[in-house]
Design a protein around this ligand. Sequence first.
Ligand code: HEM
Length: 447
Amino acid sequence: MATARFIPPHPPRGAGPVPTWRGLFGERARNSVFGWSEQAFRVPHMKRNVIGWIVHIPLQPDAVQQVLQTNAANYAKPDIVKKLLDPVIGRGLLTSDGQLWRDQRKIVAASFAPAAVDALVPVFARVAQNEAARWQSGETHDLAAIATHTTMSIISDSLFGGDPRLTTPAAMAHIEAALTAASEARLTAMLGLPPIPYSRAIRRGQRGQKYLRQTLADVVRGRLPDGGGDDFLGILIRALRDQFDSAEALALAVDNTATFYLAGHETTANAITWTLFLLAAQPHWQEKVAQEAQAALSTADPVDQLPTLRRVLEESMRLYPPVPRFDRQTLATDQLGDYQTDPGDIVSIWPWLLHRHQDLWDDPDVFDPDRWLPERRAAYHRFQYVPFGAGPRICVGMRFAMKEALSVLAHWLAEWRFSPASDRIVRPVGTVTLRPEGGLPLKVERR
Ligand code: HEM
């Protein structure tokens, strides 16, 4: 069926380059995807001086590949990011480098191997069904909040033995506050200042961080000394105990509990939310994937029978990457295309810009799941689409996240129809992750 081109909302873009200082104030400081000019989606590379920091943004896939894969050893996690995230996730997998990173990656790898993830599909399905069992046909719900509660429950049930402390409304509110504050705190950190609680958001964020850290430390202590089970947390506690002294093993167990709890649910919730937003706006695509889901759910291996839904999800993560940017810091001088990176320089990888770049995609702002048909996707460079990162530090939870999102979406779409609850324009807001501002109210109707 021929359909009209659909361009889902993105922040307005000016024509010329935006002065760097503009990023320090107002909407641009609060929302990382706001305020980019047209030019940012056309140039091969941006190099800026942000209050004394040299920041590179490579926008050619070969250069992205060099940073993330070919010369990955030369690009570490930035000190400033580590400092910022230290109060919550310490030196866990996401924020460590070198041997400590390698040791931890090895420890968790088995829990995310294909068979281990497949074994969790029934958990994904059960949580999705329980969540939808609360809906009445015709009601309006905030699907962003519901997706977050769903993925929180999934992480808690599949990795942490279903500990009820991980899914309380208080935990949800504190996480949101901590993520919002992280963006503002970035500015203070870049200025080289200690984390001054200069705004209400930052004070709320600090309270959120403290609550989370204490709650997660309690969860870990409750499992000592032997891990108390064969789930992810049990295996993690025992493996750390075997490799590190007891104080270090305990610290790393709490760091990784926080890392996997946070990295493992907020991102997938956003992927589910943006996919539902796009499907609510494009009913003919929604009908197609709903029928596919109904057929797939009657088979033994439903998640592998959802090729169209998978394409919609991939397109959703192209247009609204759940992690809109991630950073590295240069260790030794290197050359990225025409640009030299020097020790200390920040290199920012921006899925938000790469995924909508004019040189890399046809009609980049248009929602077109068919661009992921096998014959078309074969033409893309591996490093022009990086919602999960790439190279040795690619998201360790990628397979988990894809199966989880497909599973939750299939269960909801097979039984429910989603439509916009109002004509309010949904605005994407980038902090550490990319969320719809004010949530995503959708009307749900039983099929
Ligand atoms: C749609 C969902 C997800 C997205 C878009 C996403 C995205 C990412 C990205 C972009 C990175 C790389 C960051 C970098 O290179 O600096 C990353 C790393 C990571 N992700 Fe995910 N993620 C998702 C789901 C998950 C899930 C479900 C888990 C765990 C259950 C998880 C755990 C991690 C961890 C621990 C790392 C650090 C890996 C390392 O440095 O070795 N993520 N993720």
